[in-house]
Design a protein around this ligand. Structure first.
Ligand SMILES: Nc1ncnc2c1ncn2[C@@H]1O[C@H](COP(=O)(O)OP(=O)(O)OP(=O)(O)O)[C@@H](O)[C@H]1O
Length: 377
């Protein structure tokens, strides 16, 4: 499986530049997710790799070959679209086998290959149905089968799960991940859904207005967001971000309402005194009387926990709690945050530099005690 190298890739429509010089290497066999809000240029980037859009400047290489001038079919990519793009008058068998037929493969050979791919995707019982007789998830599997049968060097997915209901999306996510484990095909997957990105990707590329904001493993972008944009975009809810004034001498930050938070002074480098943004995740705040305090607004029930929404220094904050708090709107919402859980960003939105190597926090894991069995009498 080849690697894909994008070098300083630009795209303009008329005078409007929508991709501003993107460079990215997708390693051999890697699953990369392009993530960003609507209009950030992720589909354009994918379509440029596929050859469906021309490029304005820069270079795309698949393996050692620069493919800028190659036709889509010469690039070895197979694309799966959001709307499936199946032929409605053809059966599942014909849809999956169509590219082999066009390539002149015999009927007998085609039958073997189509049945093999259909088996992999759990479609064996539907081969003689038309797309209109299938569920959304089954149609999407046919679309994947059509891509797979060409044995592409690269899979390109453009929001393939957007038209599916929530449960089916989760099921298809698992199938796509398993398929990737089995085939190891280099994959570029576009989505605006950060949960999809976190669960599927080897590495996530977070895009903002035609630029790459951060590239990293899911845990990296979650635990060490490079900018406030990433901090807000990744995680559900996104990171709490509050404007503050830093005092690097004492290692505290002061919010607009005068409340202070202490950060880990030994960790952060080059914190200039003055305005910064301080961030923390909802799940690291502990409800604690006498701690830092917000005004309680309302709660969201998640089943396993509650998200408590409040206001501090005129900004919204969200903290997680387990169990019923009995709080009423307007009550104080007191909580504490350990200094090492705070993230510090410059006024520009860039994360401040940290000392040495900072590991992604490891979750402690305590094995369950071995079960004890009563002797059978
Ligand atoms: N054919 C076109 N002509 C002019 N502008 C275009 C064209 N295609 C896309 N754009 C613009 O390029 C920008 C990037 O579009 P793109 O479709 O890549 O975004 P996206 O991140 O994939 O968004 P979405 O999730 O909504 O598909 C947008 O501002 C869009 O309006």
């Amino acid at each position: 499986m080849p690697k894909v190298t994008l070098t300083n890739l630009r795209k303009s429509y008329g005078r409007n530049e929508v991709v501003h010089g993107v460079s990215l290497t997708i390693e051999h066999g890697e699953f990369i997710v392009l993530l960003g809000p609507s209009g950030c240029g992720k589909s354009t980037l994918l379509r440029m790799v596929a050859g469906l859009e021309g490029i304005t400047a820069g270079e795309i290489a698949i393996g050692p070959t620069v493919v800028n001038k190659l036709e889509p079919r010469e690039r070895g990519c197979a694309m799966v679209f959001q709307n499936y793009a199946l032929y409605p008058h053809m059966t599942v068998r014909q849809n999956i086998g169509y590219s082999l037929k066009v390539a002149g493969m015999s009927r007998a050979e085609r039958t073997v290959k189509v049945e093999e791919v259909a088996g992999t995707l759990g479609l064996s019982d539907f081969l003689d149905r038309k797309p209109s007789q299938l569920s959304g998830g089954q149609r999407q599997r046919v679309a994947m089968g059509r891509a797979m049968i060409r044995e592409p060097k690269i899979f390109l997915y453009d929001e393939p799960l957007s038209n599916l209901d929530a449960q089916l999306r989760v099921a298809m996510r698992v199938e796509i991940r398993k398929l990737h484990q089995r085939l190891g095909t280099t994959t570029l997957f576009v989505t605006h859904d950060q949960v999809e990105a976190m669960t599927l990707a080897d590495r996530i590329v977070i895009m903002n207005k035609g630029n790459i904001e951060q590239v990293g493993k899911p845990a990296e972008v979650y635990h060490r967001p490079a900018t406030t944009y990433v901090a807000r975009f990744i995680g559900n809810p996104g990171m709490n971000l509050l404007p503050a004034v830093a005092d690097p001498g004492t290692g505290i930050v002061r919010l607009a309402d005068g409340q202070v938070l202490a950060y880990d002074k030994s960790r952060w480098r080059d914190i200039a005194p003055g305005e910064i943004t301080v961030g923390f995740r909802a799940e690291v705040a502990r409800l604690a009387p006498g701690g830092f305090s917000a005004r309680y607004d309302f709660a969201e029930e998640l089943g396993s926990a509650q998200l408590l929404h409040g206001t501090v220094a005129g900004k919204s904050v969200t903290v997680q709690s387990v169990g019923n708090t009995g709080l009423r709107p307007g009550d104080p919402l007191p909580f504490a945050i350990a200094p090492h859980e705070l993230h510090l960003f410059a006024a520009s939105g860039q994360r401040f530099a940290e000392q040495g190597r900072v590991e992604t926090p490891a979750r402690s894991f305590t094995p369950a005690p071995a079960p004890t069995y009563l002797p059978v009498a």
